[in-house]
Design a protein around this ligand. Structure first.
Ligand code: IPE
Ligand code: IPE
Ligand code: MG
Length: 225
């Protein structure tokens, strides 16, 4: 069976650029260019949910110059892609602490959500200023503020950014790192992981197909037999 929800840790942009003698920023640019093909292919296959880890809460600790560049690249990506994404029937949702971005960026992000909120061919989550622990803490605080003194698994799921969506079946991380780096901690309890040494800008549709074929070989047991 194909996964319903695939999540990507889009890692390795910097090393992709360094290997070519380019600035890290060139890697980030190439990385954003790679997203379109992955979305299109997923749509063709009928994969309904995609989540892209684009900027972690911890990525704010990078040098100001790199963060500054990414703060330009992120709105630029949505400006450039929004028309085609709308035509493809994509619904765009941001997951993460968007309030950490400047007002103009927040506006671009919320416009992309607003413009696509009635689409439902494919649902695209962009994880921005996202941290899995922060998301859980936020959920718990929301539940406490609502007056709850005891919570269920469902209560927490419903208070996460991904409320109402299926958990990721498959999490793909590029660049050779084998860690989750604070991504979808609660939601990935039973996700399958696929690690590849390919850098994100080189993660082609063929590589994606390899990951999907690998996923299809797996036996998911969810603790059962
Ligand atoms: C992933 O690529 C993109 C972001 C984290 C914003 P990196 O920038 O982490 O690239 P490497 O890991 O340094 O190669
Ligand atoms: C994870 O990559 C975050 C994104 C891909 C957006 P990092 O490059 O930030 O992760 P670490 O620092 O290697 O764990
Ligand atoms: Mg990295």
């Amino acid at each position: 069976m194909l996964p319903k929800h695939v999540a990507f840790i889009m890692d390795g942009n910097g090393r992709w650029a360094a290997e070519r003698g380019l600035e890290r920023t060139a890697g980030h640019r190439a990385g954003t260019e790679n997203i379109r093909g992955i979305i299109r292919h997923s749509k063709d296959l009928g994969i309904k949910y995609l989540t892209f880890y684009a900027f972690s809460a911890e990525n704010f600790s990078r040098p100001a110059e790199e963060v500054g560049f990414l703060m330009k690249l992120i709105p630029e990506f949505f400006h450039r892609e929004i028309r085609e994404l709308t035509q493809e029937g994509a619904r765009i949702q941001m997951i993460g602490d968007i309030s950490q971005f400047s007002r103009p960026i927040q506006l671009v992000l919320s416009q992309a959500e607003k413009l696509t909120k009635h689409n439902d061919t494919i649902i695209l989550n962009f994880a921005l200023a996202y941290g899995g622990r922060q998301e859980i803490v936020r959920a718990v605080n929301q539940l406490l503020q609502s007056g709850k003194i005891e919570v269920t698994d469902q209560d927490i799921s419903d208070a996460l950014y991904t409320s109402g969506m299926p958990d990721p079946d498959l999490v793909i991380r590029t660049s050779g790192e084998q860690r989750v780096s604070n991504f979808l901690l609660y939601q990935s309890a039973y996700s399958e992981f696929y690690f590849t040494s390919i850098y994100w800008p080189d993660f082609s549709v063929t590589e994606f197909d390899n990951a999907l074929a690998d996923y299809q070989q797996r036996k998911r047991r969810f603790g059962g037999l």
